[in-house]
Design a protein around this ligand. Sequence first.
Ligand SMILES: Cc1cc2nc3c(=O)[nH]c(=O)nc-3n(C[C@H](O)[C@H](O)[C@H](O)COP(=O)(O)OP(=O)(O)OC[C@H]3O[C@@H](n4cnc5c(N)ncnc54)[C@H](O)[C@@H]3O)c2cc1C
Length: 467
Amino acid sequence: MKEYDVAIIGAGSAGSTARREVHKKTKNYCVIDNGILGTTCARVGCMPSKVFIQAANDFKRREKLKEQGINGGESLTLDTVQLMKHVRKLRDRFVRAVMSGVDTWASEHLIRKKASFIDDHTLDLGDEKIKAKSIIIANGSRPVLPENFKAVEKYCVTTDEFFEMDDLPKSIAVIGIGVIGIELGQALSNLGIETLILGRRKIIAGMTDPEINMYVANKFEEQMNICFSDCQNVEEVDGKVKLTLPHDVFTAEKILMVAGRESNIDNLNLENTSVKLNPSGLPEFSKETFLAEGTKHIFFAGDVTGEKAILHEAADEGRIAGYNSVRLDKMQGFKTRVPLAITFSDPNLAIVGKGYRDLENSDIDFAVGQVSFEGQGRSIVKLKEIGMLRLYGEKKTGKILGAEIFAPEGEHLAHLISWVIEMDLTVNQMLSLPYYHPVVEEGLRTAVRELKEKCHEEAPPLEIYPI
Ligand SMILES: Cc1cc2nc3c(=O)[nH]c(=O)nc-3n(C[C@H](O)[C@H](O)[C@H](O)COP(=O)(O)OP(=O)(O)OC[C@H]3O[C@@H](n4cnc5c(N)ncnc54)[C@H](O)[C@@H]3O)c2cc1C
């Protein structure tokens, strides 16, 4: 039986970054993957979805052109077949970039088989068994199909199939208002497809600040057909699907099922190992070393943990697991970066650092500074006068703790705030930084100023510090 120093299960983003660290210390390792290579992110996730959203935002923009004196916008039409070709063309480019990395791996390092555990150190690869001193589990997640939609499964597409469609349907029900449901649901709606976006609870893309969540829900209800209720019945009628809602009925050619993703942890026979699972069947592991509890050599990284399905987090986890997998006798814990989660809706939604619910559930005495982007200079210029940002700081020290954002250029504001938190800055230090004019960051400054008034940190006489 072949014996490796490290076996990595999954050649996705987490597995690939783990491999990079392992490769620095040993050449006696393997990466095992039985699926389509190219990563979830590049093939069916982050990248094709952003290409699709970009086109939808560009098309939607035509509605604003007339007031700027640009005529003809209303006669612009959409070639949905070309749009889907465009999505796949750029998708293929991103996948090629990933594969150009994989192609440099020596062939003995990549095993194209499904892995499951026989015991703590032995993996069953179907027609062979292998042993490894360390094992990194980075085998990702998959879309969920809820039980009540199984009867109409043939009408359902998940994000695994969506970007493969040659053309878009004329009507679609988007099930789920998490990050992916909001991103793709709004994009479909902006493209003029008859769209119903359905979420059971009025919580948009996981936002936890009730003020922001309510504002976003109201704005989205004005912009698109979004419904917050259970689907009471779903059935096939004349080659379409009919969804019965409490006060409405929606008939669609297709359903985009984005009701969440579940960990692939259940395809590994982990019951044959010492790995400890929590009551939800997800792994217990250290968030500093990524070592599985109950073991001294098995690590978890990426979506399989069932925690944050976020690309840069999956990559970090892979990197840390890879680093430690070749240093079992002197494992190192690593800091996690400031949490940063972005929804690429228009405008963007984001949660940075500690969200409102985190703070409410903590004993931190915090204050909130708020800004509306309705009436904000740069947002007026951009014809994007919509949004709200709430910034949280510690009352006593003025330390910036987090923010929830629904704002034009929110993806960039979120980064700025996360960097400020990472650098441990306070409201007054944040105010002393430069703000160009006119930019959306001036809106952020309004929130910082409001927050400053509620914090007890001693402020410089002006917003800038004396020499
Ligand atoms: C539509 C969509 C949009 C997204 N947008 C964003 C975004 O904008 N920003 C962001 O940060 N994140 C986004 N994400 C999330 C991000 O893509 C994931 O967090 C990330 O790709 C997870 O990487 P991973 O390595 O854990 O899993 P994967 O890349 O899925 O890799 C897992 C690999 O394991 C293999 N595997 C599974 N079981 C076995 C087994 N038993 N044996 C061998 N191999 C196995 C699979 O074939 C697969 O190749 C998005 C996701 C989706 C679906």
